[in-house]
Design a protein around this ligand. Structure first.
Ligand code: SF4
Length: 195
């Protein structure tokens, strides 16, 4: 299984922490039958610490297609670095023959449910449904991606190891959550002024 390195507690976040995510990952990931392959595409492409790569003009698929770019808070174009990180992540996934990936949502690289629209340091901070650059490349090559915010799917995966991990009837994935249904419309995705 491919996993965002920050979910494994590696300090690869933009400012050199794991964003506190390492302590929150599902316990079944530590089962010895699970082979984990951590990777950080942004650290690969840009190093750590780094400025904040955000998607401008579309999602990760649009970046792959050349119709959107990745810019940081200084408007420096980081598109090629993110693409390099995504390619390296795909290479690792293929080399290790992973079955699927668990990636950190909201990231311009690893997001798989929700991404920001433009710079996260500028008000108002806007979000949309969509995927980051690395996630888009994995999906295009047939590798399923689930986010750490998808407890229903993660619980179902964990239940294949032990039924005690099975999600309860009220547990939903992020795209089924009340917040996403209320705040992120499926159509009419806005772009901030000046995009
Ligand atoms: S690029 Fe992915 S692995 Fe790296 S810090 Fe961001 S979310 Fe975590």
């Amino acid at each position: 299984m491919l996993i965002s390195a920050c979910l494994m507690g590696q300090p690869c976040g933009v400012e050199g922490t794991d964003y506190g995510l390492g302590a929150l990952r599902p316990t079944w990931l530590d089962d010895p039958r699970v082979r984990l392959h951590p990777f950080c595409p942004e650290d690969h492409g840009l190093g750590t610490p780094r400025t904040m790569p955000d998607l401008h003009g579309g999602d990760g698929f649009a970046v792959l297609d050349g119709t959107a770019r990745v810019l940081d808070e200084h408007r420096t174009d980081l598109t090629e670095a993110l693409l390099a990180g995504a390619r390296a992540m795909l290479e690792l996934a293929r080399e290790r023959a992973v079955d699927f990936a668990v990636l950190t949502d909201r990231s311009g690289a690893c997001g798989s449910q929700v991404i920001s629209i433009g710079c996260r340091f500028e008000e108002p901070v806007l979000h949309r449904r969509g995927v980051g650059v690395a996630t888009a490349l994995l999906l295009r090559h047939g590798i399923p991606v689930v986010s750490q915010r998808d407890p229903r799917t993660l619980g179902l995966l964990g239940s294949r190891l032990d039924p005690k991990h099975a999600p309860g009837p009220d547990v939903v994935d992020h795209h089924e959550s009340a917040w996403v249904l209320r705040n992120l419309p499926l159509r009419g995705i806005p772009e901030p002024p000046g995009e």
